[in-house]
Ligand binder design. Structure first.
Ligand code: 3DU
Length: 217
């Protein structure tokens, strides 16, 4: 994924035509499009190939299984045309290694969820976040997913992973996080969904975020 605008669109719509129209409009403002279960379940996996002509696709399937199943899932997602897959880290080093090994063979990316951005992540996940970040660095994943709603945690996670791994950060806009704050805290990319795809002018909404980021880099 090339680092240009530093914006990743989270495209959680459930209609194929709408997904394509929004992707066409925002293509110039995003470095990647993240799709997840809402869109893939509604339209089928071929949506990945259809959207990949607008931007690289990151599949947010938060893969969380035993090593063999992780590998089988990632194989299918890469075969569908995705450039990256988001996996959970809490399953441990062997599950993560299986996904990373496959991704490296195919020159693709694995991003590892450290702690999530919603309030409930404080119940269980946050305690594990730093250990997961260290494991992601040890197995040489491409990057981690860390919360824009808690920029101070992004800074902590950056200290742990160093500069080899990227940080992609959801939670901007609808969840209350600020794009400029989390970039200043150490994120490489922000991931933004509703503030863009629910806007009457998704391209202008994306541009506004890109401009905000440009001011702080
Ligand atoms: O809140 P938004 O509409 O901007 O969407 C954020 C996206 O990022 C959405 O797809 C969600 O599933 C994903 N995500 C998080 O919000 C928080 C995480 O920790 C990981 C992924």
């Amino acid at each position: 994924m090339e680092k240009n605008t530093r914006l990743i669109l989270a495209l959680d719509v459930t209609d194929r035509d709408e997904a394509i129209q929004i992707s066409e409009k925002v293509a110039g403002y995003v470095d990647a499009i993240k799709i997840g279960y809402p869109l893939a379940l509604a339209t089928g996996m071929e949506i990945i190939g259809q959207l990949s002509k607008y931007a690289p696709i990151i599949a947010d399937f938060k893969v969380a299984d035993i090593p063999n199943t992780n590998r089988l899932i990632c194989e299918q997602v890469f075969k569908a045309g995705a450039d990256g897959v988001i996996v959970q880290g809490f399953t441990g080093h062997d599950s993560l290694e299986a996904a990373v090994k496959l991704a490296k063979e195919q020159k693709k990316d694995i991003f590892v969820v450290t702690e999530m951005s919603h309030p409930g992540a404080l119940d269980f996940m946050q305690q594990a976040g730093e250990g997961i970040a260290k494991m992601a660095a040890d197995v040489k994943a491409s990057g981690v997913v860390a919360p824009a709603t808690r920029p101070e945690r992004v800074t902590e996670i950056r200290k742990i992973i160093g500069n080899e791994l990227s940080i992609i950060s959801p939670g901007v806009g609808a969840q209350g996080g600020s794009a400029s704050d989390v970039i200043k805290a150490g994120a490489d990319w922000v991931i933004v969904g509703r503030s863009i795809y629910q806007s009457d002018e998704p391209d202008m909404a994306a541009k506004k975020i890109v401009d905000e980021i440009k001011e702080v880099i």
